[in-house]
Design a binder for this molecule. Structure first.
Ligand SMILES: NC(=O)c1ccc[n+]([C@@H]2O[C@H](COP(=O)([O-])OP(=O)(O)OC[C@H]3O[C@@H](n4cnc5c(N)ncnc54)[C@H](O)[C@@H]3O)[C@@H](O)[C@H]2O)c1
Length: 442
């Protein structure tokens, strides 16, 4: 009996005979590559950034969360090859797309990376290949954007090639969950596409959750991020009210968290950061317009979260004012510019908005971040700044220190002891009652 193309592919996946191509060697793509290598799959990584390709080829990592030793062993044993030559897209049996999905200036989905990648795959599409999109996007991306382009080759999804969507749930810096322990939602555009994609992910992930369509999987990822965005906005709003009422919101959250059911704690901060939570919800609100639908929770959460850096700066200004100083000419140190603790990523970090606002009001800004020695150019901001060494002398010279990111390795009692005024957006000064007069929670 004739073996179907999909059965042959699954058989080869199960026997680890397939080569897996991963496009985009970033925070999502690289851990995925290494996970496949750990299971003895041959990998061909693709990236347009030839510097990243060259670094990986030398067996080195450029991500803090991934030591070079994890890369070098697979380069040495020949399992991992990396290239910027996209004509080699005909080589892998399975191709996973992990390219960026940012927003345009007008806060609309910027799909150029997915489009370019799809065009490159289309040009080299082979019978029997499995293609899976992992990048976060709105429901419909896989079936409306990728599928027609790939089928324009004359090959049919589910018969000649296989197409699916599986959202990434990577949490850089989280040591509690390794890639294989994070359940993975997987969908295909046809039943055989789903079968192929599920077979592949079962090789590297302990628990695979098949869902009925790519749209379900696409919206699942967005729900996860919108859930965080809305809940963070809620506590951020309550933080501002609690402040006016003279109540410590952190104490309130701690008390509410003792409820054993029906409450999940979310914590306020300096505003929302990272490449996912501030961005992904807008993919859905943009798509919703096509259905005459306004996603009000997303809009509201976005508005509140975007306003928080302004609130933090107003707290800096008030605190200086109380000390007879103005923000103009004030020397301010931003402590932590990464978007969250213990990571080396400052994309969309609220620190950038806070620094920009302080600078516009005439303050002098310096920053210290053990993970970000130099501030690269960002989507909206350009600061030509290097991390200043955190010394007693530096702290004495400042008028205010704004704790934006609560990196674990900073000695906060020492900072508070030597700093003149501490604006604390992360509750790092929780138990420092003796310094109460120079601490302002924001
Ligand atoms: N970083 C996370 O924690 C995380 C978590 C879940 C989902 N995601 C999603 O995963 C996707 C990738 O995010 P990331 O954080 O890994 O991004 P990243 O910027 O770290 O990596 C993307 C990589 O793709 C490369 N690239 C860009 N255009 C390309 C092209 N046309 N062909 C090949 N390579 C190309 C870039 O050079 C870069 O190395 C995004 O959709 C993001 O929303 C990210």
């Amino acid at each position: 009996m004739k073996t179907e193309i999909v059965d042959r592919l699954i058989q080869r996946i199960n026997q680890k005979e397939v080569t897996v191509g991963v496009i985009g060697m970033g925070y999502v793509g690289l851990p995925l590559v290494l996970r496949f290598c750990e299971e003895d799959f041959r990998i061909l990584g693709f990236d347009v950034d030839s510097k990243k390709v060259a670094t990986l080829k030398k067996g080195k990592s450029y991500l803090k969360s991934i030591p070079s030793s994890r890369v070098s062993k697979f380069v040495r044993n020949g399992l991992l090859d990396v290239t910027d030559d996209f004509s080699r897209l005909c080589e892998p049996d399975c191709i996973l797309i992990c390219v960026p999905t940012p927003l345009t200036e007008k806060m609309e989905p910027d799909l150029q990376y997915i489009e370019k990648t799809t065009d490159a795959i289309q040009e080299h599409l082979q019978k029997g290949q499995l293609i899976v999109l992992e990048s976060t996007s709105y429901p419909g991306t896989t079936e409306e954007l990728i599928l027609p382009r790939l089928e324009s080759t004359g090959l049919r999804a589910g018969k000649d090639f296989f197409l699916g969507f599986s959202p990434e749930r990577e949490d850089p810096g989280n040591k509690r969950f390794m890639t294989q322990q994070i359940p993975k939602v997987v969908a295909g555009v046809t039943p055989s596409c789903q079968k192929a994609a599920v077979s592949l992910y079962r090789q590297i992930i302990q628990k695979v959750i098949p869902v009925s369509s790519p749209r379900v999987a696409e919206l699942t990822k967005l729900l996860e991020n919108i859930y965080r965005s809305v809940n963070i906005a809620l506590v951020n709003e309550l933080k501002m009210l609690a402040d006016r009422m003279g109540i410590d919101i952190w104490e309130v959250i701690e008390a509410a968290s003792t409820k054993p059911f029906g409450f999940s704690p979310f914590y306020p901060g300096p505003g929302m950061g990272g490449h996912c939570i501030p961005i992904d919800p807008f993919y859905l609100s943009w798509k919703a317009k096509e259905y005459d639908f306004t996603t009000r929770f997303i809009q509201l959460a976005g508005e509140i979260n975007v306003s928080i850096p302004y609130y933090v700066v107003s707290k800096v200004s008030d605190a200086l004012n109380e000390r007879g100083k103005s923000i103009r000419g004030a020397k301010t140190l931003i402590l932590g510019v990464a978007y969250k603790k213990d990571v080396d990523d400052a994309r969309e970090s609220p620190a950038l908005a806070i620094m920009d606002l302080l600078q516009k009001k005439g303050a002098t800004i310096l920053y210290h971040d053990p993970y970000i020695p130099v501030l690269p150019p960002f989507r909206k901001y350009l600061f030509k700044l290097k991390s200043s060494p955190l010394t007693e002398r530096l702290l004495h010279r400042m008028d205010a220190v704004v704790v934006v990111t609560d990196h674990s390795q900073i000695d906060y009692p020492w900072v508070v002891k030597h700093g003149p005024l501490i604006i604390d957006t992360r509750n790092v000064t929780k138990n420092m009652k003796q310094w109460k007069k120079k601490i302002v929670k924001a």
